[in-house]
Design a protein around this ligand. Structure first.
Ligand code: NAD
Length: 538
């Protein structure tokens, strides 16, 4: 591993395995690790080792939670919720703004942990702290818009006063994946807290430290003890007891797991938002700026080595520019630098695990065996680290190949030529997913018109994914098999609230008055309905 970055100071160099070599050391100072792992609710005495996908160096032992520990985490969260819900919206928003500053001030430390645990390039790890800062600032500054009691139209104008309150659900369970380990562990919880809920979170086992640092920063921002609780362990073991005790579940991960979780939530009749997988298309229209599109296509396809839910895996290119575009896209891809490094200057890091590498290798092998052509990459790179795979461009991919419709979740993009845009839209919409799409065109109106025909929850025009992902005021999530519900925007906070309608009636009652017959009352009400329509009332 290369030198530590000056900002963090928590990294240590060391030989491989402290379990078997007493002179060996972990990649992080034990005291620093202990300050993070002490945040796990755990009484088991068990701890599992985690090592860095960069080079296999051990990082830490992570204490494991039992189902009793899950119960304890929920008991703490439940107790804390009652008083937390009584704090003012302004106080909660002020904590979010403090978190914003802390995250930006401590971003080197955060990025170090992300790179160490996930093996991604530093520039891809950099995406995470700003996403949390954006989320914290957005919800802090719009808190009253989303949460204040709102007046609504009453049934009888002037006599029925209606207000809608936003009541917190209670305790929210958050289950998050490893691919963006800091932001995925935190971003959905911030609006939950702001709305008056408390949180129990189970981050992915491979990237617990990034999530635990997030928990520590939340505490440093002033959020009280027990509003944010962390458990650690296998999702299949801890998931059911979490769902059993949650008032709402927020899940980010694979479609297969999302369906299991949805079924368990249905059984308890609790809500869930599910941010799931994708097989995301990018359309390069004939009027696209070729150089800008090629640059964007590299980021769309290979950010975080393609281990990104909104990453592009299918590219549809207009016939008129296909050859020129592909030449530039291949050249840019071949110019990418790969490496296992904590430093800036690397274009792509490693996949996170052997499982990920096996899937990527299997998809590429299957495609090549069935006749796909490799225009760039196509090989594992064990010389760089145990799980490296080159950014790979395939041509001639057909429906019988696994990577035609299945999510690879790796740095593999399939190129397709199109002759007319209607055909490109139909092919982009084929399959079961509907998470994110990109369109490159110099005609913004045309791009927006095509976006309306694309069955994806987010569409980025002349950008890969960052334009929607960073615009926290707009909802983000998937259509079809890519999920249910949305993070970000008002939907991203209202999912954690129950709306409560309160109507105060005066001057009349909904029954005959002053000795009126039922029939006269019915005639009066009918006349009132006709009048209100004439007056233009909704
Ligand atoms: P995964 O579904 O295997 O795991 C995600 C999380 O769920 C982990 O914390 C895991 O421990 C937990 N889990 C696993 N089985 C569980 C169970 N039975 N009950 C409860 N929890 C369980 O997903 P993964 O393969 O680790 O993550 C990659 C997937 O996540 C990809 O498909 C990707 O597209 C998707 N993803 C989606 C988004 C999004 O916003 N839509 C973001 C990131 C990742």
């Amino acid at each position: 591993m290369s030198e530590q970055t000056p900002a963090s100071g928590h990294l240590v160099d060391g030989p491989a395995d402290p379990e078997h070599d007493p002179t060996a050391s972990y990649a992080l100072e034990p005291g620093y690790v202990a300050s993070l792992t002490s945040r796990v609710v755990s009484t088991t005495g068990e701890a599992v080792p985690v090592s860095s996908p960069l080079n296999g160096q051990p990082i830490a032992h992570i204490p494991q939670s039992s189902t009793d520990d899950v119960a304890e985490a929920y008991a703490r969260a439940r107790r804390a919720q009652a008083s937390w819900a009584r704090t003012s919206i302004d106080d909660r928003a002020a904590m979010l703004l403090r978190l914003h500053d802390i995250v930006l001030d401590r971003q080197d430390e955060i990025i170090d942990l992300i790179v160490l645990e996930s093996g991604k390039a530093r520039k891809h790890a950099f995406d995470e702290p700003p996403h949390i800062a954006l989320t914290a600032r957005y919800y802090a500054r719009t808190a009253h818009d989303h949460l204040d009691t709102q007046r609504k139209l009453g049934v009888v104008p002037g006599l029925t006063r209606v207000e809608v309150n936003r009541v917190p659900k209670g305790v929210v369970g958050i289950i998050s994946p490893w691919n963006y380990p800091f932001t995925m562990a935190l971003c959905d919880g911030l609006p939950a807290l702001l709305a008056g809920n408390t949180v129990v979170t189970k981050p992915d086992a491979q990237t617990m430290l990034s999530a635990l640092l997030g928990a520590q920063l939340i505490a440093e921002a002033g959020f009280p003890a027990d509003v944010w609780n962390v458990v650690a362990g296998a999702g299949s073991v801890l998931g059911p007891p979490m769902i059993e005790r949650s008032d709402y579940i927020c899940f980010t991960g694979s479609t297969a797991t999302g369906k299991l979780i949805a079924a368990q939530c249905a059984d308890r009749l609790i809500g869930a938002s599910l941010e799931l997988g994708g097989k995301n298309p990018i359309l390069i229209l004939r009027d696209a700026n070729i150089e800008k599109a090629a640059e964007g296509a590299v980021r769309a396809s290979f950010s975080n080595a393609g281990q990104l839910c909104v990453s592009t895996e299918r590219m549809f290119v207009a016939d008129q520019i296909y050859d020129r575009f592909v030449e530039r896209f291949v050249a840019r891809t071949e110019a990418m630098t790969l490496g296992a490094s904590m430093e800036w200057g690397v274009d792509m890091g490693t996949l996170i695990s052997q499982d990920q590498l096996d899937t990527v290798q299997a998809h590429v092998d299957d495609a090549v065996a069935k006749g796909a052509r490799v225009l760039a990459g196509g090989r594992a790179r064990p010389d760089l680290g145990p799980f490296f795979f080159e950014p790979t461009i395939l041509e001639g991919v057909t429906p019988d190949m696994t990577c035609f419709g299945d999510e690879t979740f790796g740095p593999v993009i399939s190129l397709y030529r199109f002759l007319d845009e209607a055909d490109a839209i139909a092919r982009a919409n084929a399959g079961e997913y509907g998470l994110n799409a990109s369109i490159y065109t110099q005609d913004g109106d045309r791009g927006r018109a095509i976006a309306r025909a694309i069955k994806c929850g987010t569409v980025n025009i002349n950008e890969a994914f960052g334009a929607t992902f960073g615009s926290i005021d707009s909802p983000m999530g998937g259509m079809r098999q890519s999920g249910m519900g949305r993070r970000q925007g008002s939907e991203g906070i209202h999912r954690y609230t129950e709306s409560q309608s309160v109507a105060t009636q005066r001057g009349m009652r909904f029954a005959p008055m002053f000795g009126m017959s039922d029939e006269a009352y019915a005639r009066l009400m009918t006349a009132q309905l006709r009048l209100l329509k004439k007056l233009g009332r909704a």
